[in-house]
Design a binder for this molecule. Structure first.
Ligand code: F0G
Length: 457
């Protein structure tokens, strides 16, 4: 069999600038060891996020020219509605400027003080928007997800017993919805099986609780279902997606991921009453109902991106690239979350730097060293991101200390992956020299990791 290759070729290129290791070492110290403070032209391979960093196709760029910028009733909005309905099966679509804006609107209408929102591991903005409303996000992910060395095909699955005990403890009235994130970013871009989605929905129905889905990476989730869940191996990606959403009351999407656009998001649903309630918040926070924070051209590009994002050949190449980097890292003996997820590699800093206590942010130390070593920018998914307990104000030691290397879509080649793996191998080779981590010198009230300032201990 011939190797799989990307179903596209390059038409436009962006330059990458090279600096020396010494220059980067000085720069990151000046920037208080926070990689969010680094100017992008000081980065060689930027794996900070797969969100909004992908390359658009010529068809998407054509839609940019066709964008209808009418305040109300834009044709680009109707293109988006038609695409969402066709691919996902929802009637009503509320565009927003990105995923967290969708969370803001949706939770403004549904989450009250004292509520509890169980689900698989919530993304940090999701959790932030829940906690901001003095409600609690309850992580009911299966425990296998937190053992990085253990193989499980669907580490994003919800533990149904845990979920039921939360429902019994707090009762239906305090649970506005159950949240399923596909794929589950927080535990490593890990998929949720169709069986688990179905069983979660059945449990929700038994107690009369709606099911919402955070679908930023739904197409990658569908690809894993096709590959790992025997019953669906002959199903098309499009049919699997319909099946995934069959019992969902509401979905929301950061379209900066599987929507293959640089900005945008939406809420989609079939309930006209809830749609009407959301509309009031859309108008206050985002914009009129037919653009909600997006330009006409951005909605047009998204309508096309949604179709390209569910193409089997695209998805196969995408996931293979992530797996290729994962295999390289493993060959170098670097411990990663296994199996490799859909959009990123997660290096296990607890295993790689066991001598650095969690209170010194070992995953951030790895992130900083990868930057210094090769100009590779990843992001800490550990105790810095987990932030403090809203009640005690103390650090919540994260279950896992991970360095995430997220791959932008349709951007990097295999040689970039070789470069990244070699960079990490060099960091691993001098891990004994890394004796201590960081302490915080400055932090924000919530979502601290974006602006935190650190110093070496
Ligand atoms: N839900 C999930 C699962 C996400 O991964 C993100 C963003 C959001 C919601 C929020 O969407 O950024 O458009 O406001 N994840 C990015 C990341 C930031 O790097 O993983 P947003």
């Amino acid at each position: 069999q011939l190797p799989t290759i990307p179903p596209f070729k390059t038409k436009v290129v962006e330059p990458v600038y090279f600096r020396t290791r010494e220059e980067r070492k000085k720069k990151i110290r000046e920037q208080h060891f926070n990689l969010f403070n680094i100017h992008s032209d000081w980065v060689i391979v930027d794996l900070m996020t797969d969100s909004g960093t992908g390359a658009m196709s010529e068809q998407q760029w054509s839609e940019i020219m066709l964008g209808d910028e009418s305040y109300a009733g834009s044709e680009s909005y109707f293109k988006l509605i038609r695409a969402v309905k066709d691919i996902m099966g929802f009637e009503y679509v509320a565009p927003t400027h990105q995923g967290r804006a969708a969370e803001n609107i949706l939770f403004s209408a549904t989450v009250r003080e004292g509520d509890v929102v169980p689900g698989n591991a919530h993304f940090d903005t999701t959790k932030g928007h829940i906690e901001f409303r003095k409600a609690r996000a309850m992580d009911c992910t299966i425990k296998e997800a937190y053992d990085t060395g253990l193989y499980h095909p669907f580490k994003g699955n919800i533990d149904l017993e845990k979920l039921e005990s939360v429902i019994k403890e707090y009762g239906k009235d305090r649970i506005p919805f159950i949240n399923i994130t596909v794929t589950c970013n927080t535990v490593g871009g890990q998929p949720v099986s169709l069986q688990n989605i179905r069983e979660t929905s059945a449990l929700a129905k038994k107690y009369g609780i709606p099911v919402y889905m955070d679908i930023a990476r739904y197409a990658e989730n569908a690809y894993f279902i096709k590959n790992r869940e025997a019953a669906y191996k002959d199903w098309s990606i499009r049919d699997i997606i319909r099946e995934m959403f069959k019992d969902a009351d509401v979905v929301w999407m950061s379209s900066k991921k599987d929507g293959l656009v640089n900005i945008g998001g939406f809420i989609a649903l079939n309930d006209p009453d809830l749609y009407e309630r959301l509309g009031q918040f859309t108008i206050v926070y985002e914009g009129f109902l037919t653009y909600g924070g997006m330009s006409g051209r951005a909605m047009g590009a998204l309508a096309v991106g949604l179709y390209e994002g569910v193409d089997f050949h695209y998805l196969q190449d995408r996931v293979h690239q992530v797996q290729y980097l994962g295999q390289k890292l493993k060959d170098y003996g670097i411990p990663i979350q296994e199996p490799v997820g859909g959009h990123a590699l997660y290096i296990d800093a607890k295993k790689m730097l066991p001598h650095i206590p969690q209170t010194q942010y070992p995953a951030q130390l790895l992130a900083v060293e990868a930057y210094i070593e090769g100009g590779v920018r990843g992001v800490e998914i550990g105790t810095l991101l987990a932030d403090r307990d809203p009640e005690t104000g103390k650090d919540r030691l994260a279950e896992m200390e991970l360095l995430r290397l997220a791959l932008p879509r349709r951007v990097y080649s295999r040689s970039h992956m070789d470069y990244v793996a070699a960079t990490m191998a060099r960091v691993a080779a001098r891990k004994e020299e890394l004796k201590t981590g960081f302490r915080i010198t400055k932090q924000a009230q919530i979502l601290r990791h974006f602006t935190v300032e650190l110093e070496r201990i």
